[in-house]
Design a protein around this ligand. Structure first.
Ligand SMILES: [Zn+2]
Length: 90
């Protein structure tokens, strides 16, 4: 991979933050008619979820741009993308 820089962008009002894994399993199973059990990586704190993704990417041995990984959150209400500073905890 010739990746030189990575942007992780999450968004506000995400179903993965509003529902638990069990609730989503049930809703997707109901809507699709197929038993759904796949891990969706739900979260309760959106900023922490970004920090977690950044940590995973920075630890990835296959990624040469590990030092150029930045996180952002897209606010659906204001239509703005804001950078989440490295090591941010809310
Ligand atoms: Zn989402």
């Amino acid at each position: 991979m010739h990746t030189r820089e990575v942007m992780v962008i999450h968004h506000t009002d995400c179903a993965l933050g509003r529902f638990s894994q069990a609730q989503l399993n049930e809703q997707i199973t109901k809507a699709s008619g197929h038993g759904f059990t796949e891990e969706l990586d739900c979260f309760t704190d959106p900023i922490e979820a970004i920090a977690e993704d950044l940590g995973r990417l920075r630890a990835c041995p296959y990624l040469s741009a590990r030092d150029k990984v930045r996180g952002f959150i897209y606010d659906l209400t204001s239509n703005l993308v804001t950078e989440v500073p490295a090591g941010a905890k809310s």
